[in-house]
Every structure is written in C-alpha cells, then in structure tokens.
Design a protein around this ligand. Structure first.
Ligand SMILES: [Fe+2]
Length: 320
C-alpha cells in the first residue's frame, strides 16, 4: 500500500502530440536581389535558385527560410517539422478539428500536408529532422583566458554567422484565437503572454522558449525572424556590420523579459526585421513551463533603448 501523497497530475506526456520544429519560414518580396543582399550581409548562407532564395546558416545543411518573389512583401507560408509517426496523427487531429486540408503551394510539394490557419495563412506540416535544439544552446561569456586579449583590432573583426533559426514572430488580428489554433492543430504550448497583445509558444519535444510568437495587429503578417548567435559580442558586431552596410534602422541592444534573450533587431528592406539573439530560455521535453500572463509594460524588455515607433508597424496590413 502506498502512502497518500495528495494530488498527482495525470501523466499524459507520452500521448502528447505536436510538431517538433519550425522547419522554415517563407517570405514573398518584390525583389529577391534585396533579400539576397540583406540576409547575406546579416551573415546567412544565401543561395539563389532562379527567383527563389534558400536561406541557410554556414556549417548547417538545413534550409531555415526561403524568399520568393511577389507583388509586395508578405508572409508566404510557414512550414513545421514533425516525426514520421506523428504525421498521420497530426493530420487526423487537424482534420477532426474541422480544418480543411489544401493542395501544396506551387513549388513547395513535400511529404507532408497543408492547411490554412484561421487567418488564411498557409501552413505545411512535414516529416523532417528535428532542427529545434535538444538542449539550451551554449553561449560564450568569457572571450579569452587570463593573460590573453579578448577583443581583436577592428580591422580583424570577424564576420558574424548566426548558428540557427530560433523563431519567427507573426502579426495576428487575434492573439487568443491564434494561441488556441496553434494548440489544437500543431500541439504548440503557450510559454508566456502579455495580455491580448503578445504570446510566445514552444514545441513539446524540447524547444526554445518560443519557436512561434504572436503580436496583435490589424492584419496577419511577418514581423521578424530571429537567429541565434554565440555571444552578446556577436550581437553587437552583427549590428555594427549591418549599420555599416546601410541597414541603419533597428532596435537594440537589449534584453527581453519573456524568453530572456539578448537582442538586436535590424530593419529589413520591407519594414520587417531580422533579430540577432543570444541566450534564449529553453524548455526541455516533458517539462511544463509555468505559462503566465504578464503586464505588457513590465515584460517587453528588461533593458535597452526606447522602442522605435516603427517597430510594431505591420506593412502587410496596409498601415504603411
Ligand atoms: Fe524575437
């Protein structure tokens, strides 16, 4: 006979179903040349395939993003990766939730299936490698041992190369509806939120504090992609390099509260952003993050410069 231990939550983790990774984001922009230049200068491994760009990180085979040409800048679609055994289960769950499957978008046929979210944004779920991290990503805090200089002369400053995609932040007209949608379709879980203004969601198989984040706007759209770098020094170096290349607008250096990452955002040619990020919180598989609702004014950033007014403008919503 076991002792009475009080309430023990049922362990349903083994039955939990969800995608494991944000496989790639796809943007449409008017001129792929601008994207090639921007993401190349940002430190990414950008390859041209006709009018499409493949965005990778150096030393990693995974394609984290794509850019296609379109009339105006827009979120083209998002692709999420899952384990092979989970694909039919996810498809069944999504269909039983009343979400209609659609044909693959032209040029993006895969082993998976497609549907539209509640705001008409196409989403693909496919079988792919787990490219979200399996542990908290190492960051470099001490740049040199005692007796050795940590900084180089400016002339020799290294080019910053992000290590991987961390997350994307999307505009949505309804943060609550979005949380519910991604919970019941992709199996993402809420990490933290700030009122009905912003929410952060993680994968259940071990992921950064957020692989998908949502911010309220007048229309759906793409706000930023975030790239993990090795150190705060790399954030600063990357920001300075981009500034020198003419990408002078952005926001940083700072530290977020929700997710805890250090950041610098560089404004891209279309009014959205690419983020250098470091030391983002990690949510291990099978662990429950105490999702909380925070005061917006108390949870956006711990420290950093004033937020530039253009930071939250959604140019896909016709505001710009
Ligand atoms: Fe971010």
């Amino acid at each position: 006979m076991t002792a009475i231990r009080g309430y023990v939550a049922p362990n349903t983790e083994s039955d939990a179903l969800g995608v494991h990774s944000l496989d790639q984001f796809v943007l449409a922009v008017p001129d792929a040349n601008d994207a090639e230049e921007f993401y190349g200068n940002f430190g990414l491994d950008v390859a041209r395939e006709g009018n499409t760009l493949a965005i990778k990180t150096f030393g990693h085979h995974h394609r984290w993003g794509s850019v296609v040409e379109g009339k105006r800048k827009a979120l083209h679609h998002l692709s999420f990766g899952c384990y092979a055994d989970d694909l039919p289960r996810l498809r069944a769950r999504i269909e039983s939730a009343g979400v209609k499957l659609i044909d693959p978008l032209p040029g993006f046929d895969s082993n998976g299936f497609w549907f539209r979210n509640h705001e008409n944004v196409p989403i693909e779920v496919k079988v792919g490698p787990k490219v979200s991290p399996d542990r908290k990503t190492d960051s470099q805090w001490i740049s040199s041992p005692p007796g050795v200089a940590g900084a180089t002369i400016r002339q020799k400053s290294p080019r910053v190369q992000p290590r991987r995609l961390s997350h994307v932040l999307l505009f949505t007209t309804d943060v609550d509806a979005s949380i519910k949608f991604y919970e019941r379709t992709l199996g993402l879980r809420l990490s933290d939120r700030a009122s009905d203004l912003v929410a952060f969601m993680h994968g259940i198989h071990g992921s950064d504090h957020h692989m998908l984040a949502l911010v309220k706007s007048s229309a759906p759209g793409f706000h930023h992609c975030s790239w993990d770098v090795a150190s705060i020094n790399d954030i600063g170096l990357g920001a300075m390099t981009m500034h020198d290349k003419g990408y002078t607008k952005g926001w940083g250096l700072g530290r977020h509260v929700l997710g805890s990452n250090y950041f610098h955002y560089v404004r891209d040619p279309w009014g959205s952003f690419a983020e250098y990020a470091c030391d983002i919180d990690y949510i291990p598989k099978d662990e429950r993050w105490p999702a909380a609702d925070h005061k917006p004014e108390d949870s956006f950033y711990l420290w950093g410069p004033d937020v530039p007014p253009e930071f939250t403008i959604n140019y896909e919503g016709g505001e710009g």
